[in-house]
Design a protein around this ligand. Structure first.
Ligand SMILES: [Zn+2]
Length: 202
């Protein structure tokens, strides 16, 4: 019995690449204020925290972070990284983020709408540094609302931990943009050859 190849179903049109909105940019920038590969950290003193928040447009007026603010800021960063890892793994776990949110309360406030009356939106309850940090939770909510949240991930390479935006069609990207994927592929290729008892160029 001969088989005739039949044409498959028509390929659906590729959906447009989702844009990377400013609130996602902000979250990625915050998570990446520590760089494990280069061993640098932009949030080691209260003054550095003030500078980061001001540079990224989160601080309103003069801020004076305390040691406690810095501890909350670092906890928030770790919680975001944990959530981005959960996005990578597909578990969606955000318990660490929820725990730190106790220190960063939100309420519904009036939000300006150009050419229209204000409408309700999430705003920080607190002023100063805690209020500025709370704006990162507002950014989390904005990413959930516009459907980009699950695309914010943490690079799967052990020594990297870099946050990145996965713009791939199926949200299937695993590595950041710094060549970690290539490094990992080389490692797994070597491991497979070793397991198979093969020698040769590694
Ligand atoms: Zn990486």
């Amino acid at each position: 019995m001969s088989t005739t190849p039949t044409p498959g179903p028509p390929t659906p049109p590729t959906p447009p690449t989702p844009p990377r909105p400013p609130h996602v940019e902000l979250l990625i920038g915050y998570a990446n204020s520590i760089d494990h590969e280069l061993a640098t950290d932009d949030l080691t003193t209260p003054a550095e925290l003030d500078a980061w928040l001001t540079e990224h447009g989160l601080g309103a007026g003069a801020m004076r972070a305390t040691a406690d603010d810095l501890a909350v800021a670092r906890r928030l960063r770790e919680a975001l990284q944990a959530a981005f890892t959960a996005n990578h793994e597909g578990t969606g776990d955000f318990t660490a983020l929820d725990a730190v949110a106790e220190r960063l309360p939100l309420r519904l406030g009036g939000r300006d709408v150009p050419g229209d009356s204000p409408q309700p939106g999430l705003v920080p309850v607190l002023d100063g540094v805690p209020g500025a940090l709370t704006r990162l939770l507002v950014a989390v909510n904005a990413a959930v609302v516009d459907g980009t949240w699950r695309r914010v991930k943490l690079c799967a390479a052990d020594d990297c931990g870099w946050a990145y935006f996965d713009a791939s069609k199926n949200r299937s990207r695993t590595w950041c943009e710094w060549g970690c994927g290539n490094k990992a592929k080389t490692r797994s290729y070597r491991a497979r050859r070793k397991a198979a008892g093969m020698s040769g160029p590694a």
